[in-house]
Design a binder for this molecule. Structure first.
Ligand SMILES: [Zn+2]
Length: 487
């Protein structure tokens, strides 16, 4: 995500006043399809009530040794029911997600909702090594003026819009509360089959490969191996179509009044897909959609698998200009978050930092921008923030206040990666990123995994370097931090 105060330069100015996976485990993990949950969703959109009536079937492969006494789902839209995170971001009308008729393998169970968490009790009916089937009905009321999940004019932005299976790992089920700082969502790779029923005149823009034209009757979209499934249901959007060098369909969706930037932003989107693909590794899906427009308070852009949103223009010193950096940022998230996942609540820097670096690299190479002076200031300011507040770049979301979040989690790691290019040379840093992408694609990586990959590819121990940049430990040798390298 990028915040509404898009320019990091402006933002910084405001601030001034687990266990490593062995190679064998990696190889074994490549055949994951039998381990992925499958969501089969039937969703009817009522544009008058601004409601979704849905039915969910979740086919859940239970791991051989797994002992489950409950299942946990996240009902993120319930954050918008009784808003408690500040008045500016408060929705003008509440939204929510209610669930009923929950069944596990056909048996009725007494599921319990507490805010954004749904507990589904499980009896001995969940056999390890078999696929369990969980079914439920749900009703989603769209909030007005919500963040991400929102309705503007004749467009509904469906983000985190269905009951999402929470992640269970060594730390247990992830039930961390919603926050307005960052993207407080954590999900696992899944397969989706979603059938939409929308009123006449609407078309669908989704995480999958979308049909052309307005829908006449139900539309079913299937997409495998993605972390979540987002959709935009609209009467209003026009599209610029094209393809990347590797044949990925790139659609840019715009509204009336955005014609002056639509072609330029589409060109930038295609160029960004090519650029990231070339440097980090191939985008594994057939299509990506860039949807321009407002999607709610505080949001300049947001990433979902196969679909990103971005404002059309950003304020700069030269006035409002096409939001190329936002589009590039959100598309870079297809690599960092979409394909290589991370716990965005626990280690938000891992996707946001690499994404901001990717954005800057694109803006440097393709748009002729030079962020070096800015990144030098970032290093200094983040040092000051660490000294006064004791907050590093590797903290969970709840440790950051909004004003320092982007500095510590986005900008500092971007400065770190730039400094790593000074130290190792650009070619080696690209190899670190492409190796990391290859090794952890369709999985969840940690800070430890990233550093271990960097050490291996670099052929040297970079612990001191990462300790300095991420954890503010020790000091780097002066000659290293001052040496200039022009990529
Ligand atoms: Zn981001």
């Amino acid at each position: 995500m990028l915040r509404r105060i898009v320019s990091l330069v402006i933002m910084i100015a405001l601030v001034i006043g687990m266990v490593p996976v062995s190679e064998r485990a990696i190889a074994a993990d490549q055949n994951v399809s039998k381990e992925r949950p499958k969501y089969i969703i039937d969703a009817k959109y009522d544009d008058q009530q601004q409601m979704i009536t849905g039915h969910l079937v979740l086919k859940l492969p239970v791991k051989p040794q797994e002992k489950l006494d409950k299942l946990v789902f996240r009902l993120y839209p319930n954050a918008f029911r009784d808003w408690k995170w500040g008045t500016k971001s408060r929705p003008s009308a509440p939204g929510w997600l209610t669930v009923n008729h929950v069944r596990v393998n056909g048996e009725k169970v007494a599921a319990e909702t507490k805010e954004t968490v749904l507990h589904v009790p499980v009896s001995k009916s969940l056999a390890a090594g078999k696929t369990a089937q969980i079914t439920m009905d749900y009703q989603l009321k769209m909030p007005k003026g919500g963040t991400r999940l929102n309705v503007y004019g004749n467009t509904a932005f469906l983000a985190q819009w269905y009951p999402m299976l929470a992640v269970k790992d060594a730390a247990g089920w992830h039930e961390e509360p919603y926050t307005t700082t960052g993207d407080p969502f954590y999900t696992q790779m899944s397969d989706f089959k979603v059938t939409f029923h929308v009123p006449q005149g609407y078309h669908l823009i989704t995480s999958g490969s979308d049909p052309d034209g307005d829908s006449k009757g139900p539309v079913t979209i299937e997409q495998s191996n993605i972390r979540d499934f987002a959709a935009v249901i609209s009467k209003d959007y026009e599209r610029v179509q094209g393809k990347s060098e590797k044949g990925v369909k790139v659609n840019l969706w715009y509204l009336k009044g955005m014609e002056d930037v639509s072609q330029e932003l589409h060109d930038a989107a295609v160029s960004a897909m090519d650029f990231f693909g070339k440097h980090f590794g191939q985008y594994p899906y057939k299509e990506v959609d860039v949807v321009l427009g407002e999607t709610g308070y505080g949001i300049a852009g947001m990433e979902y698998p196969g679909l990103v949103t971005s404002v059309a223009k950003v304020p700069t010193q030269k006035g409002d200009t096409p939001a190329i950096n936002v589009v590039a940022h959100e598309l870079a998230h297809q690599w960092w978050y979409g394909v290589v996942g991370n716990d965005q609540v626990k280690e938000p820097w891992l996707d946001e930092g690499l994404t901001t670096f990717s954005e800057f690299l694109f803006m440097h190479d393709q748009m002729g921008e030079n962020e070096r002076d800015f990144l030098t200031k970032v290093a200094e300011r983040s040092d000051e923030v660490y000294k006064t507040k004791g907050v590093t770049s590797v903290e969970s979301l709840d440790k950051y206040s909004d004003p320092i979040y982007a500095l510590m989690v986005y900008a500092r790691p971007a400065a770190m990666m730039w400094s790593l290019m000074d130290k190792l040379g650009r070619e080696k840093v690209m190899r670190i990123l492409s190796t990391y992408y290859q090794r952890y694609q369709f999985r969840t990586a940690t800070t430890h995994d990233f550093i271990q990959t960097a050490n291996q590819v670099a052929g040297e121990d970079l612990t001191d370097f990462f300790d300095h940049w991420l954890y503010f430990k020790g000091t780097l040798a002066k000659d290293e931090s001052k040496k200039h390298h022009h990529p």
